[in-house]
Design a binder for this molecule. Structure first.
Ligand code: A2P
Length: 281
């Protein structure tokens, strides 16, 4: 495969490469805005683009990427199967639709968006078949707890290579991360900036001021140095570039420890356990 960057690539358990930093397109629902930020992101070096059936923008992302200067093997697409599309047949049909919307023959990474107790194993069986057919190069999950992964392992023929979870300094998920590591699963952070909540944190601001960086850059750098993959999102081209400019400085052990200690187990999004039981986001 052509070298993907931004900036390090993490090796997945299936042998494929995952760019450690990618670009999230949640809430981008206007083609002009999508075109502008995707072009800016590509210029800034992003090569991974993360969408979902639920975002209702796969077609917009597909249009922007197709019109870009990159060839298909130079970028990485993630999409996620929505709760309503889970189950064997619906997963297969919905992924075929996603591929049409994205204007591609395959996605690099296909994720189960949220665990739900109905269709739990059937959805994963479809994922394994989609991978075998080459329609998804890698398969993984999102918002899975340790128990969901352990339950999946009782029937799976192959395990997820990525678990994309909410993760930011106030919700840094040390236990879940350690479990992912023990299973050779890469943890990828959604809302790596905590939806902006931590940008005014005194400790983070102090480190940012000392280093001449923004709080957002310090948070993303902290995640990268912790070995976590990140998909920051922004509709603002200046911030798209800012979030990519995190490779010219390093946080010290003390600075890393100070941010590690900010965890308050404070979510901004849904609790996966409730989604699991209620089967909707
Ligand atoms: P905007 O689109 O106006 O830039 P998360 O990825 O943690 O969910 O956070 C996304 C939010 O953080 C978005 O609302 C985005 O707003 C904002 N954001 C992204 N990058 C930055 C940045 N570098 N500085 C400040 N806010 C940012």
């Amino acid at each position: 495969m052509t070298q993907l960057s931004m900036k390090d690539t993490l090796k997945l358990a299936d042998g494929n490469q995952l760019p450690q930093e990618g670009f999230g397109v949640y809430k981008l629902t206007d083609q002009d805005v999508m075109d502008q930020v995707i072009n800016t992101a590509i210029e800034a070096g992003y090569r991974l683009f993360d969408t979902a059936q639920l975002y209702e923008n796969e077609d917009l992302l597909g249009n922007s990427l197709q019109a870009s200067e990159l060839t298909r093997d130079q970028y990485f697409i993630t999409t996620k199967v929505a709760e309503n599309n889970q189950g064997y047949d619906k997963t297969i049909t919905s992924v075929q639709k996603s591929l049409d919307l994205l204007k591609t023959d395959y996605v690099d990474l296909l994720l189960v968006h949220w665990p739900i107790h109905t269709e739990f194993f059937e959805t994963w069986r479809a994922f394994e078949d989609l991978k075998a057919q080459g329609l998804a190069k890698s398969i993984g999950v999102s918002n899975f707890h340790q128990t969901h992964l352990q339950y999946l392992a009782t029937k799976a023929h192959e395990m997820p290579v990525v678990n994309q979870i909410e993760l930011h300094p106030y919700f840094s998920q040390p236990t879940m991360r350690a479990f992912d590591v023990s299973q050779n699963i890469v943890t990828q952070a959604w809302s790596p900036l905590g939806r902006g909540l931590e940008l005014n944190d005194d400790i983070i601001n102090g480190i940012a001021t000392k280093l001449g960086k923004s709080s957002a850059q310090v948070i993303l750098r902290w995640e990268i140095q912790n070995g976590i993959a990140v998909i920051p999102k922004s509709a603002n081209p200046k911030r798209v570039v800012e979030n990519a400019s995190i490779y010219d400085f390093e946080l010290s052990d003390e600075e890393m420890a100070a941010i590690n200690s900010l965890n308050k187990n404070q979510r901004t999004g849904h609790d996966p356990e409730l989604v699991y039981e209620q089967a909707h986001q």
